[in-house]
Design a protein around this ligand. Structure first.
Ligand code: T5A
Ligand code: NA
Length: 216
């Protein structure tokens, strides 16, 4: 049975631009793994349900203003709030699917163009969080993404911001210690993308070792 394949669950992160299709794909992946009898959980960041998440939600909707450093640290704190429960779930054999994680955290802040908010600075609060076993980067052009529903409603959903975000994501892919990142062409149909995602996830679940921390 599925439970015999691995002692611990995998930590699988899905990243990409706004409207790349992350939530749609996380939902499909979650259902596929459940159908295959794997213990699975789906979580997302920002988690807008916690007190910190409510501040983030208000900021993203343009209902409140926050200093760039403050909002950055709130996004990171929102991940640290559940770091222990991610560890606990994984050690119970549950595969945790995460809709956005530290890569979004660092990249969106650095994309603001504030010279005090470099990618290096933005990464530091993430150091020590559980390190993903696999990160699926849903690659899409900002033009394609903009054609999809609901675009332009929240802060950061502008062409110039999305272009900078994409370039920063691509620069992260080049770093040698980010070997867990798998690029998926997300400009295709929902079903085609889902099919491409399942295989690397199942492969990753077979090979999980002890979970490490995100590094500097
Ligand atoms: N952020 C986030 C930070 O600045 N720092 C952080 O640390 C974190 C975690 C909100 C913002 O916060 C920023 C990044 C964001 O700007 P969010 O809550 O993840 O982040 O944003 P959402 O609005 O929920 O989600 P996205 O805009 O990122 O969309 P998704 O999840 O990529 O896309 P999805 O699946 O919801 O689909 C969007 C639309 O496209 C259609 C869907 O039906 C839907 O209408 N669609 C497709 N259409 C055609 N072909 C396909 N293959 C499609 N897949 C989906
Ligand atoms: Na989403």
């Amino acid at each position: 049975m599925a439970d015999d394949k691995a002692n611990r669950g995998a930590l699988v992160v899905v990243e990409g631009l706004d409207r790349a299709g992350k939530s749609s794909q996380c939902e499909l992946l979650y259902r596929s793994l459940l159908d295959m009898n794997y213990k699975t959980k789906y979580i997302r960041f920002p988690d807008r349900s916690t007190p910190i998440g409510k501040q983030i939600d208000s900021y993203l909707r343009g209902q409140s203003q926050l200093d760039d450093h403050s909002i950055h640290l709130l996004f990171s704190a929102n991940r640290w709030e559940v770091a222990q429960s991610i560890h606990d779930d994984i050690n119970k054999g549950i595969t945790v699917i995460v809709d956005r994680y530290s890569f979004s955290g660092a990249v969106y802040t650095a994309a603001k163009g504030n010279p005090n908010l470099s990618l290096h600075w933005a990464w530091q609060p993430e150091v020590g969080l559980p390190r993903p076993d696999l990160c699926l980067f849903l690659s899409i052009s900002p033009e394609e993404a903009a054609k999809r529903g609901g675009y332009g409603v929240e802060r950061y959903e502008t062409d110039s911001m999305q272009t900078r975000v994409r370039n920063l994501f691509l620069s992260l892919l080049d770093l040698p210690h980010n070997d867990e990142i798998c690029v998926i062409d997300a400009g295709r149909s929902v079903a085609e993308v889902a099919q491409d995602i399942l295989e690397p996830v199942l492969e990753c679940m077979k090979n999980v070792d002890s979970i490490g921390p995100l590094k500097k």
